[in-house]
Design a protein around this ligand. Structure first.
Ligand SMILES: [Zn+2]
Ligand SMILES: [Zn+2]
Length: 151
């Protein structure tokens, strides 16, 4: 392997996020996240049902409905990958970088801020994605290229 073929540390983290995403049990979307600090992985997470609740892959996703009755985009049963990774990281997420396969949703951004994450690196734009300006000054980076994703 030549030096030019060697993936960067950041790309390796993102690749791990994509591997972790395959463990997701939400039929809607498989998301993976990695909390990294000083080149070390602190924790990983994927989206899925909370403890003791049935998996979306077994019983279908749970959709909240807007007042006009139209279905909303996201599944409200799943705990999102970012939140699961940050829960596992606990106070060690302070000053860390969060690698996530998809752009974080509006529910995740406040959690990311309160965890003390300093940088978010995402791969795929998702949903109404460019809303981050509402949520503080976390550094944001989009990583390009392919990670062998299945959908
Ligand atoms: Zn679901
Ligand atoms: Zn989210």
């Amino acid at each position: 392997m030549t030096a030019s073929q060697r993936p960067t540390a950041g790309r390796t983290m993102m690749e791990i996020a994509h591997v972790v995403a395959r463990r997701s049990t939400c039929a809607r979307l498989q998301v993976g996240a990695v909390v990294e600090k000083d080149g070390k992985i602190i924790s990983t997470g994927y989206n899925g049902a909370p403890k003791s609740m049935p998996h979306c892959t077994d019983v279908g996703c749970l959709h909240d409905h807007a007042e006009d009755g139209s279905p909303v985009l996201s599944c409200i049963r799943s705990v999102h990958a970012e939140v699961n990774a940050l829960l596992q990281a606990g106070p060690r997420a302070e000053g860390a970088t969060l690698y996530v396969t998809h752009y974080p949703c509006k529910r995740c951004w406040p959690v990311i801020l309160n965890a003390g994450v300093k940088q978010v690196v995402f791969h795929t734009e998702y949903g109404p994605w460019n809303h981050r300006s509402e949520y503080g000054d976390v550094k944001l980076k989009k990583m390009k290229g392919s990670f062998g994703e299945t959908k």
